[in-house]
Design a protein around this ligand. Structure first.
Ligand SMILES: Cc1cc2nc3c(=O)[nH]c(=O)nc-3n(C[C@H](O)[C@H](O)[C@H](O)COP(=O)(O)OP(=O)(O)OC[C@H]3O[C@@H](n4cnc5c(N)ncnc54)[C@H](O)[C@@H]3O)c2cc1C
Length: 381
């Protein structure tokens, strides 16, 4: 039974990094315009899904196909990200990404270089022999592509900082609140929200709605009749190496295969010194994080992780690996697809803005996506 109605100018569905950046930027706009804004999330707190379960890599934009939203927002997001991290006093390292030529895959590296130039990524160059080893002493390659603008940060720390700033500027947040319906009304949209703690549902009426619901963005879109998108959830797991932080200085990537598996299992030196190996790619039917449901697929592939890592570096043994964590990608292409699906930013119907398929490099791109959505909101309200 619906108990109460609450009125807002803007409702944002999802408090992952994208919903949080939109909230944060709307919050900064609040000093000039007073809008009533709410961010709704089904979890108990912010960034419980992909936004805290990724590599934390600030991508350069070199992997994205030229002309796509992924390329545009990643390159812009990379630049914005470092200045926002500085402004919010959040630590990061910007010491570049080394993409290795290990197995006669020079063509793939040349394609990456072409993409990088076309996308406007600067400071890309090939490095050879001793220079490769000066950058990454344990790398198993004599040729690599170095991209200096890539870096790494702590995504959860950023998410909480954005949340605190957004709240301080008057944005409301409601947690344990699942959006289960959406209707058009004369005031805008009526968003039906079920409280997961068992109490009655409520209605949020908003003049404009942003759908940044991650793996569920296609479900939210179909509530208002936008049915042509389908997300294929795809798990990415990580193993961790805690005992040998010296094996990796920064980010070591394989040459990409440009297929449905993503950009390949890579090595990320996290800010705490741990080396993360991952992610792999396992297509599943569930979109929510439930270790029990995934017990038949999780933590089964240590051999694959060990073999990918030892193709890239010397000095690692299987005993160094311990299971880490997993995230679920919001992919717009299924298993075996040769497509490189792009981000979707679409308004349907008027004043309902959908952000669908925001998979990697969505963390990097998130400030640029938010800035774009903010312009759309400004034009409409
Ligand atoms: C394994 C992995 C590694 C990655 N590595 C990187 C990387 O190194 N660099 C990079 O740039 N990108 C990376 N990405 C991509 C990046 O993590 C995502 O693009 C980004 O986090 C997406 O943010 P989001 O806010 O769109 O979605 P999410 O973080 O998934 O947030 C969506 C939110 O919506 C909420 N929600 C869903 N349905 C409902 C509903 N019905 N009602 C209310 N709330 C709802 C959820 O609870 C969640 O909080 C990686 C992704 C994965 C999975």
């Amino acid at each position: 039974m619906v108990e109460a109605e609450y009125y807002y100018d803007v409702a944002i569905i999802g408090s992952g990094i994208v919903g949080l950046f939109i909230s944060y930027m709307l919050g900064m706009m609040q000093s000039r315009r007073r809008l009533k804004i709410i961010c709704i999330d089904k979890e108990h707190s912010v960034a419980q899904h992909a936004s805290s379960r990724n590599s934390g890599v600030i991508h350069s934009g070199i992997h994205a196909k030229p002309g796509t939203l992924k390329a545009r927002f990643c390159v812009k997001g990379n630049r914005m990200m470092y200045s926002i991290l500085d402004a919010l006093n959040i630590p990061y390292r910007r010491d570049g990404m080394l993409i290795l030529c290990t197995d006669n895959n020079m063509n793939a590296l040349e394609e990456l270089q072409r993409r990088g130039y076309a996308n406007g990524v600067d400071k890309i160059r090939f490095v050879y022999g001793d220079e490769v080893r000066r950058i990454e002493r344990y790398a198993r390659a004599d040729t690599a592509l170095l991209v200096e603008s890539a870096g790494v940060t702590d995504p959860s720390r950023l998410a909480y900082a954005l949340y605190e700033h957004a709240r301080a500027s008057g944005i409301e947040f409601t947690f344990n609140s699942t959006v289960v319906g959406a209707d058009f009304t004369h005031d805008g949209y009526r968003i039906m929200v079920k409280n997961d703690e068992g109490s009655d549902s409520k209605s949020i009426i908003a003049r404009l709605v942003v759908n940044s619901a991650g793996t569920h963005a296609d479900d939210i879109a179909s509530l208002v009749g936008l049915k042509r998108y389908r997300i294929y959830p795809c798990i990415g797991e990580y193993y961790l190496v805690r005992r040998k932080p010296y094996l990796v200085n920064s980010l070591i990537y394989p040459a990409p295969t440009f297929d449905y598996r993503g950009i390949g299992i890579h090595l990320t030196k996290r800010l705490d010194g741990t080396i993360a190996i991952g992610p792999n790619a396992i297509y599943v039917d569930e979109k929510d994080y439930d270790d029990n449901r995934f017990k038949d697929v999780l933590n089964k592939s240590i051999d694959e992780f060990y073999s990918r890592a030892s193709e890239m570096i010397h000095g690692i043994s299987k005993d160094d690996l311990e299971y880490g964590y997993y995230g679920i990608r919001a992919r717009l292409a299924g298993y075996g697809s040769k497509e490189e699906p792009d981000f979707v930013i679409e308004e349907y119907p008027t004043n309902f803005i959908h952000l669908i398929g925001i998979e990697s490099p969505g963390f990097t791109a998130s400030p640029a996506i938010a800035e774009h959505v903010l312009c759309m909101i400004r034009d409409r309200l």
